[in-house]
Write a protein that binds this ligand. Structure first.
Ligand code: NAD
Length: 525
């Protein structure tokens, strides 16, 4: 009988580590319904963040692999049933995807947590959110209404909404499965076919989509997956002439590069980029709630969270109390192996990212007052573990105030007036989210409306409503997804003009003087 026990730990494996059973022996691309190696046979190492040892090799896609995936997706778009199916029929398949994801949430979370270092309880929440993303867009396309405009007696003009073609989806390594679903859901619901290029640090959960889609009944060729590095596989997608739109989530600097590389091809771009979001705590706020939420806001998902409230601005009257209580609570946040249910902060995704975060902690020691954490927590000899780290009295020109660290590190800065708080909040290149803590109604709305952020939460941490716009301003992104905005991004809205009654054509070439009506009609164009 086959054993259900996980494989024995390699000799160097730390004691509190768990390898999931039945890990794949290779991660391959999925092109036109087949799991395939790269055409040139190239692979790359995938590490697990607790041992930093290679646990599997993944196919390293290049231009030729992307070409094959795009050709399959284009064929499925031109010849297959998917773009032509009734929204209800597509919706049923996408609901089945959601059902399957939900029914496997524990396994998905186990693999995601192992591959990314996210705490298992949070990976479970992300798996459920992935299912919800599919349900949401499956429902939305069935309820989709499009505009019609009447010009009484003369015209009826309507919007013919159409899928665009092959959507290129490029995703990061933080909450990989969930962020993939955030793009796959609307891209597929609207009838496009796709090529997904997931992040190279975390390819494991992405490779599960193929089986899920097959089981749900998605036609062959609609979903294609190419693993590999950004500059090879990602760039081949960005510069591919038959990929008319790219939805990208990742760092702002990568977004800038993609924007430039896509320019000669004039494609649709949706850019969800980095953040350095402020949490602004006024003296009249409910401090207990503000502390709980701002602890969660930067230490959940290991701090590897685009909307992390990584700068906390606190009004002077409550500043000392806030810092003291915040630091004490941060020191109690449980760092542990990703698979343990009690873990609140797991292991950072990769040693390169760990080095980056540790580098910022060293910089922070010269820029602020260290009040919690400050390095590797005790008792963790290996793995990418970082103690929740809090710097107080951080000046607004400090690098740890200005730059995205993307780890469990927070900068706290005092302010006196509303104007000062606003200047501090807006004084960075990013503008993704903002969190405002006050019980003063007028201040809450005035501040929220003035802050340069794509999304604002009042007296709350990041609780998403999938109907609302999602996206950033300034260096945090271009365009908004969320609700019908995602549907807009993934569709053409063709205007069809229908003449009623007599046509109203200007008459040229009949040797008569143009009338005022003729000239007005031309001027309309
Ligand atoms: P990254 O920019 O390094 O990589 C993201 C993806 O882009 C990966 O798949 C990578 O392979 C690919 N890529 C890299 N170079 C490319 C190129 N030249 N052409 C095409 N593709 C390329 O980002 P990351 O480190 O994986 O993720 C962390 C970043 O993502 C953070 O900045 C975070 O704030 C951001 N993020 C933003 C949101 C949001 O919604 N705004 C959500 C999650 C993460």
């Amino acid at each position: 009988m086959p054993s259900t026990e996980p494989p024995a730990a390699p000799p160097t494996e730390p004691a509190r580590h768990r390898r999931p059973a039945d890990l794949p022996d290779r991660i391959r691309h999925y092109i036109d319904g087949s799991h395939v190696e790269s055409i040139d046979g190239d692979t790359f190492d995938v590490l697990d963040p607790v041992t930093n040892q290679t646990y599997v090799r993944a196919a390293a896609g290049k231009k030729a692999d992307v070409d094959a995936a795009v050709a399959a997706a284009r064929r499925a778009f031109d010849e297959g049933p998917w773009p032509r199916m009734l929204p209800r029929a597509r919706s049923r398949i996408l609901h089945r995807v959601a059902d399957i994801v939900e029914s496997r949430d524990a396994r998905l979370a186990e693999l995601e947590s192992f591959d990314s270092g996210l705490p298992i309880t949070q990976a479970l929440g992300q798996a459920r959110r992935a299912a919800e993303n599919f349900r949401f867009f499956a429902d939305l396309v069935v309820a989709q209404a499009d505009d019609a405009y009447k010009v009484p007696g003369r015209q009826i003009n309507y919007v013919n909404r159409k899928p665009i073609g092959v959507a290129g989806l490029i995703t990061p390594w933080n909450t990989p499965f969930m962020l993939e679903s955030w793009k796959l859901g609307p891209a597929l619901a609207t009838g496009n076919t796709v090529v997904l290029k997931p992040a190279e640090f975390t390819p494991l959960s992405a490779s599960l989509w193929a089986g899920i889609f097959e089981e749900a009944g998605l036609p062959t060729g609609v979903f294609n997956l190419v693993h590999g590095f950004g500059e090879a596989a990602g760039d081949a997608l960005v510069t591919h002439p038959r990929v008319p739109l790219i939805s990208f989530t990742g760092e702002s600097s990568t977004g800038q590069m993609i924007f430039a590389n896509a320019a000669p091809h004039l494609k649709g771009l949706s850019m969800e980029l980095g953040g350095k979001s402020p949490a602004v705590v006024f003296a009249d706020a409910d401090l207990d709630a503000a502390i709980d939420a701002t602890i969660f806001g930067v230490f959940s998902l290991n701090g590897e969270r685009c909307t992390a409230g990584s700068r906390i601005l606190v009004q002077r009257q409550v500043y000392d109390e806030f810092v003291e209580r915040y630091a004490a609570q941060a020191r109690r946040v449980v760092v542990g192996p990703p698979h343990e249910a009690s873990t609140e902060v797991g292991a950072l995704v990769h040693p390169e990212h760990y080095d980056k975060v540790m580098g910022y902690i060293e910089i922070g020691k010269t820029e602020g007052r260290l009040v919690a954490g400050g390095g590797r927590p005790e008792g963790f000899g290996t793995g990418n573990y970082v103690a929740p780290t809090v710097f107080a009295d951080v000046a607004p020109d400090a690098r740890i105030f200005q730059e995205e660290i993307f780890g469990p590190v927070v900068a706290i800065t005092p302010f006196d007036t509303d104007d000062e708080a606003l200047a501090l909040a807006n004084g960075v290149r990013y503008g993704l989210a903002a969190y405002v803590w006050t019980n003063d109604l007028r201040r809450a709305h005035s501040f929220s409306q003035a802050v340069e952020a794509g999304m604002v939460w009042l007296n709350s941490n990041n609780v998403r409503d999938l109907r609302t716009p999602f996206g950033g301003v300034k260096a945090s992104g271009l365009g908004h997804e969320g609700g019908y905005r995602s549907i807009d991004f993934y569709t053409h809205q063709q205007a069809v003009h229908v003449t009623l009654g007599e046509g109203h054509n200007p008459t040229f070439g009949k040797a008569r003087t143009p009338t005022v009506t003729d000239v007005a009609a031309v001027a309309d164009e």
